[in-house]
Design a protein around this ligand. Structure first.
Ligand code: GDP
Ligand code: MG
Length: 162
């Protein structure tokens, strides 16, 4: 079977937009309202001739109590069944408490983790992405999933790790 890649991160960072970018089609549901992707949805993907299954995550209630834990728990379930992880963050917002909950969960995970610094739509935001080195999760890849910029470098690193 193809390796499985879990796409995790808090609501609204652009996980589904990134999935669509990788797939090259509009399939994962993108919404301005956070938390719209139901549970976990799998897609067949390919990069540099390497096939893998992408798992988009989401589905928690927007303003539920304990949102940090719920997001981290959801991510953990997806990661348990995955061979590698795309951790998506929003450089325009920076690292929130929910991001930290996900990152802390991932610190125990012995699988390749690619840090995607998404919404890096401008040169200044690409520079801002370097701040995410401080997470201690490795190199942050500046990506604009919306405009299709930078995703190639992140995907190169991902498939190399598979
Ligand atoms: P998810 O909840 O993590 O799956 O996030 P979505 O993919 O649904 O995107 C949430 C919002 O962020 C939508 O309005 C997207 O259009 C927007 N978005 C996603 N990627 C980017 C990006 O690279 N740049 C900008 N400016 N907006 C983005
Ligand atoms: Mg989504």
């Amino acid at each position: 079977p193809d390796p499985v890649v879990a796409v995790v991160g808090r609501p609204n960072v652009g996980k589904s937009t990134l999935v669509n970018r990788v797939l090259g089609r509009r399939e994962a549901v993108v919404e301005d309202t956070p938390g719209v992707t139901r549970d976990r949805v799998s897609y067949k993907a390919e990069w540099n001739g390497k096939n893998f299954t992408l798992v988009d995550t989401g589905g928690w209630e927007q303003d539920a109590r304990g949102i940090h834990k719920r997001v981290a728990d959801q991510a953990e379930l997806a990661v348990e069944n995955a061979d590698a992880v795309l951790l998506v963050l929003d450089v325009t917002v920076g690292v929130t408490a929910t991001d930290e909950a996900v990152v802390n969960m991932l610190r125990r995970v012995k699988k390749p983790i690619i840090v995607v610094a998404n919404k890096a739509d401008s040169p200044q935001l690409e520079i801002d992405a370097t701040a995410l080195w401080s997470l201690g999760m490795g190199e942050p890849f500046p990506v604009s999933a919306l405009h299709g910029k930078g995703s190639g470098d992140a995907l190169d690193a991902l498939v190399k790790a598979l």
